[in-house]
Design a protein around this ligand. Sequence first.
Ligand SMILES: [Zn+2]
Length: 148
Amino acid sequence: MKCPYCNHKDSDVLETRDNEDLSVTRRRRTCPKCEKRFTTYERVETVPLIVIKRDGRREPFDREKLRMGIYRASGKTTLKPDDVSQIVDEVERDLIGAADTEFTSKKIGELVAKRLKKLDKIAYIRFASVFRRFVDIDDLEKEVQKLL
Ligand SMILES: [Zn+2]
């Protein structure tokens, strides 16, 4: 890293420190030529996740929006807010881990439905009946039959 004072093209690192969530590394540096000190910050480049909506519009993936969507669709009484946050965390992790950075809202709905089903059958059925297009309808009917 070049020196911001004299433009010398090298510097020595005196100290390296990560912030708490390890997303930023701060380095204290010194220039061997002019001996001034300066700080550099190194950040992880975040991958923007894009949602392709049913009408073809694209918008950035919004955790909060997904959280509220699940919460509303699945019925407020059966799911704990922590459970919903956990589903959102897991879905987001799946998206970040995927090879693509763009996902249809259908795909995201399917990921949510899959997790809801494991966690809370009632919430799954409510979610699935609101968003029928996200689930296999036969599967939904089977689950409803089991409950009746
Ligand atoms: Zn310098």
